[in-house]
Design a protein around this ligand. Sequence first.
Ligand SMILES: NC(=O)c1ccc[n+]([C@@H]2O[C@H](COP(=O)([O-])OP(=O)(O)OC[C@H]3O[C@@H](n4cnc5c(N)ncnc54)[C@H](O)[C@@H]3O)[C@@H](O)[C@H]2O)c1
Length: 469
Amino acid sequence: MSAVKAQLLSRIQDRSATVGIVGLGYVGLPLAMEFAKAGFHVIGYDVSDRVCKLLMRGESHIQDVPAADVGAMLKAGRFEATTDESALGRCDAISIAVPTPLSKTRDPDMRFVQSATEAIARNAHPGMLAVLESTTYPGTTREVMQPKLEERGLTVGQDVFLAFSPERVDPGNPKYHTKNTPKVVGGITAACTEVAVALYSSCIDTVVPVSTTEAAELVKLLENTFRSVNIGLVNEMAIVCEKLGVNVWEVIEAAATKPFGFMKFTPGPGIGGHCIPLDPHYLAWKMRTLNYKTRFIDLASEINSEMPAFVVEKVAIALNDDRKAVNGSRVIVVGVAYKKDIDDIRESPALDVIRLLEERGADVVHHDPFIPRFNDGDHEGGGDHRERIGVDLSAAELGKADAVVIVTDHSQIDYQQIVDDAVLVIDTRNATARASRGRARVVSLAANRKLAAGAVSGGASARKPTAVG
Ligand SMILES: NC(=O)c1ccc[n+]([C@@H]2O[C@H](COP(=O)([O-])OP(=O)(O)OC[C@H]3O[C@@H](n4cnc5c(N)ncnc54)[C@H](O)[C@@H]3O)[C@@H](O)[C@H]2O)c1
């Protein structure tokens, strides 16, 4: 074993290694806390002055990370956050969790990975491990990162170590978090895999080595493509059910009683977040460069991205049944986060639903206990930077709305109250399934509208659907 590798393994083993986290967002901050709790000194490096200052005050901007954890790690001297990239030079192992968005033409936008890699390369030293966690196309670690480190005269696998380990964090998931979600790791060389496995084994319960960085990169894309395709399938099933006059929720619940060979996914108003709508396009792009068209990815994306328009059409038809036009109707969109019980609006289908309703002249307001206000310009494709302040779900607000559209089924919302006080409810998540009949006419995402008229959501069996996307 080389002396450089042996020394790094020993520093990981006895926790004297300093761990760097580049990018302190939804992925990076929870990971930083895990390493700090495992006994390492952790340096968080982020280009955002706001984020670093907030963390250094012992606050947290990430819902899944309690401020008390940040405060405790600061007090114990095991965590610091900085915008000074030279601090990376003090690190023995660095995990990178910077954004990997798409460009306007839906190609990978690698600017953040590139600039993070350059910062690491400028501060690299023999015996350093760098692990990319950002979701990306197969080949990124070897083609984008390795050359930048080797330009500094450091040979990967001998002087420095380089690996990819996909992040699987599921914000808001009460059962699975960073520590108890198995972590896949693939290195450029076997030595790279070995040190990266050692690093993550120090704070993650199960680490799964794979043979290459490309395999590790593809694992993440398979997982999220699997979700996108299955959500696309079940969304298409909702459209099928609508046309057949069959209740989609009833069909899904009954199919889910099969104990093998079926996995339950639920339809909804579309997909959102930083992962499912974007990640499969990284693979589609890579395959286009190899003259291969990934048909499942394209088809699922097409169906999923048409769901907000499907929902808005349902709203228009339901208002029409009440002899009302969308134009001039007051609509409350309930839930603007991209999935239940979280505060993230990135790529949320609610934003498309709001935009499409407003394009038709509706007067749209929102209610979301996690997002009391948001700025239209804060999100991808955001428009006029108009600040939207949410309304309460009071009897008066519900009563004066022409329609209430349930887009995200947050647990703490009182759906019985909505059914009792609203006139018309378009329920895209089956959130009202447990409510008893009230004043509102409830229209389900997918059941023949004539069958659904006057009934609460077709009465699908009682279990609640899980969030999609
Ligand atoms: N959010 C999720 O649920 C999730 C789940 C799995 C994987 N991922 C992937 O993890 C990666 C990070 O996602 P996220 O949701 O944590 O993003 P985020 O936007 O919450 O956080 C990214 C952070 O990186 C910082 N940053 C940007 N460029 C930087 C640079 N050059 N140097 C240092 N810091 C920089 C930003 O200021 C920001 O604080 C993405 O590739 C994403 O696809 C996200």
